[in-house]
Design a protein around this ligand. Structure first.
Ligand SMILES: [Zn+2]
Length: 273
């Protein structure tokens, strides 16, 4: 017998906020969209004033029961589109190019379930992404970054949540030749929420909130992080907030992690040498 799932959130609200943001800023555009699928999927592009600024990729909601990432990604889009209030952080964020995929599993988002309508865990489908419209959309977006030299991704952030964890932690997938930034992010997050310091998480060694996946580690299956590492050659941080905390705190944690990651991994193009 099939499970009847109740709709708890409205993806149309997400789409409406995206469309409002698009009307506000000419620097923000739809970079890639599907219309053939039951829910239109959006990948947005924000182009900085300095065209050769580094490009960041933010994705959220591939697991539908992890809503804080979606809300954070939509707020990031709204902040980038907002031309009236320009505080320090917003100015900093606006110095970079962004590719934002804010809600990658609309069915799951609406029904508060990890998987898509067909029961696929989309974050394990990246070996053969064309099997699912959602992962096909994601990889088509990512492959576009390869054909546009100005949009080569410098850093990817995939926003997740964990229903079992009592604290924040992250997965840092990087080349063994690149320097780590995960610990610096955890240091900023520990002022906002508890950190998960259990020695092992999902059979991986957790070093005070940072699980490091070097080079082409395969132990997590065919996740987006692995696809980014192997096909796009991009480092990726997979952020995990504990769902037992209130939603606003989790959104703040994601936003702080994004800001800290940007500061620690990239020099602002306007910064003095
Ligand atoms: Zn997840």
């Amino acid at each position: 017998m099939g499970v009847i799932r109740v709709k708890v959130r409205n993806y149309a609200d997400v789409v409406e906020r995206i469309l409002i943001a698009l009307r506000k800023s000419e620097r923000l555009s739809v970079w890639h969209k599907t219309s053939s699928f039951s829910h239109p999927l959006y990948c947005l592009h924000y182009s900085a004033k300095i065209a050769d600024a580094p490009t960041l990729y933010v994705s959220a909601g591939i697991h539908g029961d992890e809503p804080a990432g979606v809300e954070c990604a939509v707020r990031l889009i709204e902040q980038l589109a907002d031309t009236t209030h320009q505080n320090f952080f917003r100015l900093l964020l606006k110095e970079f190019n962004w590719i934002i995929s804010p809600c990658d599993n609309p069915y799951g988002y609406e029904h508060d379930t990890r998987k898509n309508a067909l029961g696929n865990d989309l974050n394990r489908m990246f070996e053969t992404p064309n099997q699912c419209p959602e992962t096909k959309f994601i990889t088509e977006s990512l492959l576009r970054t390869q054909t546009h030299p100005k949009t080569k991704i410098t850093l990817a952030l995939d926003l997740h949540e964990d229903t079992d964890s009592t604290g924040f932690y992250l997965w840092e997938r990087r080349a063994s030749t690149s320097s780590p930034i995960g610990n610096a992010i955890v240091k900023h997050i520990e002022n906002i929420c508890p950190i998960n310091r259990e020695p092992m998480i999902e059979n991986h060694r957790n070093d005070n909130g940072v699980i490091t996946l070097l080079d082409t580690v395969t132990t997590k299956g065919w996740t987006r992080g692995r696809y980014l590492a192997e096909q796009i050659q991009t480092r990726c941080l997979i952020l995990e907030t504990p769902t037992l905390l209130d939603l606003e705190t989790r959104i703040k944690v994601h936003m702080t992690a994004i800001e800290t990651a940007v500061k620690h991994s990239l020099k602002s193009p306007n910064a003095a040498p």
